[in-house]
Design a protein around this ligand. Structure first.
Ligand SMILES: Nc1nc2c(ncn2[C@@H]2O[C@H](COP(=O)(O)OP(=O)(O)OP(=O)(O)O)[C@@H](O)[C@H]2O)c(=O)[nH]1
Length: 252
């Protein structure tokens, strides 16, 4: 884990055309809430799960982001690995719990038991092995089946962009972007080896999660006010009907 500098600009998507999440900034209301959270030293905790075929580079992406490291030697993940990364977004401290799951079929059962309650699902494919892209839909379906969070954010990430020639990269990128649209996920092309877009991806995930979280808080406050005002109305009606009953009793 490393300390990161405060992020003061809302991180952009890889391609605005290729994301269901069109936010490129916090709105006026959210900015006010963020200032309050920062003043009160609030810490927001978000759970991310990373899924995808064997050897697409899930662990390397996490290691690049959390430790600025890249290892050429493949060591299969057994079940699931866990990393924590602290960030500061607009003065608000955000903890990302990153669950790096195994791609091997024999570990699927163990890994799936950690899917529950994820705020974001990142499904990864390997640019140099197109079949791994075709399996992403199934990975996503399985992750969504076990996930109980309605507001979960979805990301489709192509890794090992460094391995392709410019022409092959453009070609696979287009197929990846089309798949992301079909999956209603935000698309990213990264390289754990060179570091291309890895930080940008996680900062974008964190900012979108913060936005969703603060929006939900605002909604639940509105709900409480709404329920509260209904209760007050009901109490007033009750009091009025009591008055009518007692005035009827007096008249009798
Ligand atoms: N050239 C290149 N190689 C990469 C990149 N990312 C990962 N690799 C290599 O791909 C292999 C697999 O990487 P891992 O991160 O272990 O893959 P994984 O998806 O976590 O694999 P499982 O744990 O089995 O699911 C390793 O040999 C890495 O060095 C990348 O961006 N570029």
């Amino acid at each position: 884990m490393h300390e990161s500098a405060d992020v003061t600009r809302f991180p952009k998507p890889y391609n605005l055309e290729c994301t269901p999440y069109k936010q490129t900034d916090f709105d006026y209301l959210m900015k006010g809430k963020i200032e309050k959270c920062a003043d009160c030293n609030v810490n927001k905790v978000f759970k991310l799960i990373i899924v995808g075929d064997v050897s697409v580079g899930k662990t390397c992406i996490v290691n690049r982001f959390c430790h600025q490291l890249f290892d050429n030697n493949y060591k299969a993940t057994i079940g699931v690995d866990f990393e924590v990364q602290l960030l500061s977004l607009f003065g608000v401290s955000v903890t990302l719990q990153i669950w790096d799951t195994a791609g091997q079929e024999k570990f699927k059962c163990i890994a799936q038991s950690y899917y529950r309650g994820a705020h974001a699902i990142i499904v990864v494919f390997d640019f140099s092995c197109i079949s791994t892209l075709f399996h992403c839909e199934l990975w996503l379906k399985e992750a969504l089946n076990t996930n109980t969070n309605d507001d979960v954010l979805l990301f489709l990430v192509g890794n090992k962009a460094d391995l392709l020639s410019p022409a092959a990269y453009t070609n696979t990128n287009e197929i990846g972007m089309k798949s992301a649209q079909d999956l209603s996920a935000e698309y990213w092309a990264v390289s754990a080896k060179s570091g291309l877009n890895v930080n940008e991806l996680f900062l974008r995930v964190a900012a979108l999660l913060l936005d969703v979280n603060l929006n939900n808080e605002t909604d639940s406050i509105k709900d409480r006010i709404h329920i509260g005002s209904n209760l007050t109305l009901a109490k007033k009606k009750k009091r009025k009907s009591k008055k009518i009953i007692s005035s009827c009793a007096c008249n009798a």
